[in-house]
Design a protein around this ligand. Structure first.
Ligand SMILES: [Zn+2]
Length: 350
């Protein structure tokens, strides 16, 4: 029961009580004792009824407040527009493949149409949710001014964050790590849990070479279609795999396809800062390396979060595009940083 209904009911009951007291005591003082007893009994019942409602409502409110995790000041809204998700073919089996992400950007911008189908199959994760020891309540460790869904960092300094989704794989992610090492660039990798399980050495390498590892779910499922417990399972399963492999307790996440519609609060309450992007290189459409670079150069600005892919398919074009991309951005005066530093949050839990 919420606000107005509750208040109305409460005052109606108070009026009823007053009415009966008035009738019983003032109007018919000498009514039979039986009549008075009935009126008093009824009044007592109403008083108890109100009390129960009052208490129940109070506890409901408290609970809601607790879970509301009010991010910050009341005027804090989330990113103006939610990513739209479109229907995807429901294939089955085969998680990662071509990425597809498409979020909407903070500033109105042309949108691209894409979204391939990909899909989920994934089984029972429910067992995964509850008993996660680390799952406790990580809700409060975010900066008070960070919105739930981040699309870009502050434009105050000429920095950008390169992000790689859908890895690690055994072929392209290592090549990307080589390039990053050679160019002395730190990046953020949104990894898929089942790929981490297949390529643990690459996941370790990501961390050992000072990049940030972040959660991109267990098998790249489209989260808005899943139940709350399945969503939690997707995150927890990956979280545990990464923790087991690298010792890192991830607190940044990116939903597959950038799809956050209706689940931002849930993800946020799991202690994750949701990171999407403002620059989609569209490398997942497998254009030429030059086209990938141009896509970035055309829209990049201070604070940009750039989407690229290190796994989930043939990433040879991304690999070929990367050195030139880094060099040219550097020549334009951009510095590279990781997403957590760009927006000022911690990438891992304590
Ligand atoms: Zn992805």
């Amino acid at each position: 029961m919420r606000g107005d209904t509750y208040v109305t009911l409460k005052y109606m009951n108070i009026l009823f009580v007053l009415h009966y007291l008035y009738c019983g005591i003032i109007l018919f003082p000498e009514e039979s004792e039986r009549m008075n007893r009935k009126l008093w009994g009824f009044s007592l019942f109403l008083v108890i009824f109100i009390g129960v409602i009052w208490m129940w409502n109070g506890s409901t409110d408290a609970q809601e407040e607790k879970s509301a995790f009010s991010p910050k000041s009341s005027e804090q809204k989330q990113a103006p527009s939610q990513p739209i998700e479109k229907k995807r073919g429901q294939a089955s089996s085969k998680p990662v493949e071509q990425p597809e992400e498409k979020p909407k950007k903070t500033p109105p911008e042309k949108k691209e149409t894409q979204e391939p189908a990909k899909d989920k199959q994934q089984p029972s994760d429910k067992a995964d949710s509850p008993d996660d020891p680390d799952q406790v309540d990580h809700s409060n460790d975010r900066s008070a001014s960070t919105p739930r869904v981040v699309y870009q960092g502050p434009s105050t300094s000429k920095q950008v964050a390169i992000t790689f989704d859908d890895g690690p794989d055994g072929k392209y992610t290592p090549q990307i790590l080589d390039i990053l090492q050679q160019k002395q660039v730190a990046a953020t990798f949104f990894v898929i849990g089942q790929e981490v399980r297949k390529h643990p050495a690459v996941a370790k390498r990501i961390v050992n070479e000072n990049h940030i590892i972040a959660n991109h779910t267990w098998d790249h499922s489209y989260l808005p279609k899943l139940s709350e417990s399945r969503i939690i399972g997707e995150l927890n399963r990956n979280y545990r795999e990464v923790y087991k492999t690298t010792g890192k307790k991830m607190s940044l996440m990116r939903p597959p396809y950038g799809a956050t519609k209706g689940i931002e609060k849930n993800l946020y309450q799991q202690g994750y800062q949701i990171i999407n992007w403002d620059i989609d290189s569209r490398d997942w459409t497998m254009p030429s390396p030059v086209t990938i670079q141009q896509k970035v150069f055309a829209h990049v600005k201070s604070g940009s979060i750039i989407l690229l892919h290190s796994g989930g398919g043939d990433r040879s074009r991304t690999v070929r595009a990367l050195p030139g991309l880094i060099d040219k951005l550097r020549n334009q005066g951009y510095q590279f940083t990781t997403v957590d530093r760009l927006i000022g949050v911690s990438p891992y839990r304590e």
